[in-house]
Design a protein around this ligand. Structure first.
Ligand code: ZN
Length: 65
């Protein structure tokens, strides 16, 4: 079954409402960017300091020919 895709591509990502989250590489705890900037140092509650950027679930359709 193939559903018709509505042409609703005008809603792009808005930088103003774009909330960036960071996920701890060790325990996977998510911290928002604004929360991280409030901290004296970027550090997870588990003590790990390596985070990966978590993107919001944006589904992009790529046409493959
Ligand atoms: Zn952690």
């Amino acid at each position: 079954m193939s559903e018709p895709v509505p042409e609703n591509t005008t809603q792009e990502e808005k930088p103003t409402s774009f909330s960036v989250f960071y996920s701890c590489m060790r325990c996977g705890t998510r911290v928002s960017q604004s929360e991280l900037t409030r901290l004296p140092e970027i550090k997870c509650i588990c003590g790990f300091r390596v985070f990966t950027k978590v993107r919001p679930p944006v589904v992009k359709t790529v046409k493959a020919y």
